[in-house]
Each structure stands twice: as structure tokens, then as C-alpha cells.
Design a protein around this ligand. Structure first.
Ligand SMILES: [Zn+2]
Length: 256
């Protein structure tokens, strides 16, 4: 199975008050380190890079330019890109002038990171076909904002000339919406991977937010990666999926 690992970067820090109100989410040690300013609980990008590097894995980070000043992580992101990670736009949708905001966000991101933006995931997964048309017009090659359940497939499909890479599992759905405990969530994801495989799917895309890496729930990412690696799956970035589809033409085209 091709496993695509992705991380959205919705925030990289929170006010102390916010952290203290949610102290139950964290281990005592991590919380203490945060309060002593030894480590920021909400910025785990470097740790995720180090973890993935231990498995020789490269993933895709979707980073916004509207939710916090990107300056704070530009160096980290540039280093990650130099070492083979993919960084793409976490597009923030606004109903007024969505097209000009896309151009604005994309251009700024490209300028700051020195890369061409070809992929998008919309913040809060606010996606529809009209937006896909806007993305296509702006030269975007792929989007990964639909859940697999919306498209009834785990494999990538073309919609409106955009390659859609459906999200198979997202941490926020498991822990926020379905209130799973960590043990069950791990089993659930592993079951979902083998179920997808048994039904003939080739691709399985996982979204774990970077800010949840030390939180109850999101912190199973370490164990998840270990178990997936143990099963011998092949790990891809979203751009690799696009390349495979481009070369083999395996993706289905959906009528709009
Ligand atoms: Zn987001």
C-alpha cells in the first residue's frame, strides 16, 4: 500500500492561558517544559522531521500564510524542503474574493520559500467544485481536502482537472468528532488500512496536525508510523502521488 503522510500546520504557538485551560491534554513533563519555555508544545515540526527521518520517510506539510506569521518557521521549512520534505499551501478560504486571496497566498508562499506551489489543502477542509476550478485556473495540480467518504474512494481521482488525493483518516475526526481513545484509534487506523488494501485500493492518505503531536490523541503518530513501517508499506509525499498518476495515468476522471 502507498501511505501518504500529511501534516497541516494550523498554529505554532498558543497563549499560556489557552495552554493552561487544556492542561489535561498534555503530559506533565511536556507541560512543564512549555511553561519553563524549554519547548513550545504547539511547534513540533522539527520533532516530526526527526521522527520521520529515523524511518527514512518524507511527508507533506500544508502551511498557511494567513493564520500566523510564516517568518517564524521559514528557516525550518526551507531546511525541510532541502532535505526532501514537501511544503505546500494550507489555503485559508474567505467567501469574498477567494480567487484573489488564492493568488495572494500562493505568491507570498512561493516568494518566502523559494518553491513553486502546486498542491493545496484547504483549512477546515472547506472545499467544493467551484474552488477546484479556481485552483485549476491558478495552476494548482492537486488538492487534498476531500475526505475519502466524500468521494467514495481512497485512490486519487481527477475532478475539474485537479488531481484530488482524498484524506483517508484525520486526527481531528478520530479524537475530536468521534471521541476515540488512543488505543482504539490506532487499531481503527490499522484496520482501515488493511480494509482499504483488501478492497483493492492502492493509496491511503493520513492527516495528523503538527500541533497535536504532543496532545492526547495526536501523540499516537509515533506509534502509528512504527506500526505502518513494520508492515512494509511505501511512504509517499503528495507530489509523488501526482507523479505516479502522471506517468501511469491510473487515476479515474470524474465528470463534474
Ligand atoms: Zn487547517
Amino acid at each position: 500500500m502507498y501511505i501518504i503522510l500529511t501534516h497541516d500546520v494550523d498554529s505554532i504557538r498558543r497563549p499560556i492561558k489557552h495552554v493552561l485551560q487544556r492542561w489535561r491534554r498534555f503530559t506533565f513533563t511536556d507541560l512543564l517544559k512549555h511553561l519553563l519555555r524549554l519547548h513550545n508544545l504547539y511547534n513540533n515540526i522539527e520533532e516530526i522531521l526527526a521522527l520521520e527521518d529515523r524511518y527514512g520517510v518524507r511527508s507533506t506539510f500544508f502551511v498557511p500564510v494567513q493564520l500566523f506569521p510564516i517568518d517564524e518557521i521559514v528557516d525550518t521549512l526551507r531546511n525541510a524542503i532541502a532535505q526532501g520534505w514537501e511544503v505546500q499551501l494550507h489555503y485559508v478560504y474567505e467567501s469574498i474574493q477567494p480567487e484573489s486571496l488564492l493568488k495572494l497566498q500562493k505568491q507570498y508562499m512561493e516568494q518566502r520559500l523559494g518553491v513553486k506551489i502546486t498542491g493545496i489543502r484547504v483549512h477546515n477542509l472547506v472545499i467544493n467544485k467551484e474552488l477546484l476550478r479556481i485552483f485549476s485556473k491558478a495552476g494548482i495540480l492537486y488538492d487534498s481536502s476531500y475526505r475519502a467518504e466524500s468521494l467514495d474512494t481512497y485512490d486519487p481521482v481527477f475532478i475539474e482537472n485537479i488531481l484530488e488525493i482524498p484524506i483517508a483518516v484525520m486526527d481531528a475526526d478520530l479524537f475530536g468528532r468521534l471521541h476515540m481513545n488512543e488505543d482504539y484509534a490506532l487499531k481503527y487506523i490499522m484496520w482501515k488500512v488493511s480494509d482499504a488494501q483488501a478492497r483493492g485500493y492502492k493509496f491511503f492518505t493520513i492527516l495528523f496536525h503538527q500541533e497535536s503531536y504532543k496532545m492526547k490523541g495526536g501523540r499516537i503518530y509515533r506509534e502509528l508510523l512504527r506500526q505502518l513501517a513494520l508492515q512494509g508499506h511505501i511512504f509517499l509525499r503528495c507530489m509523488d502521488v501526482y507523479e505516479i498518476v502522471r506517468k501511469t495515468g491510473i487515476a479515474e476522471r470524474r465528470e463534474s
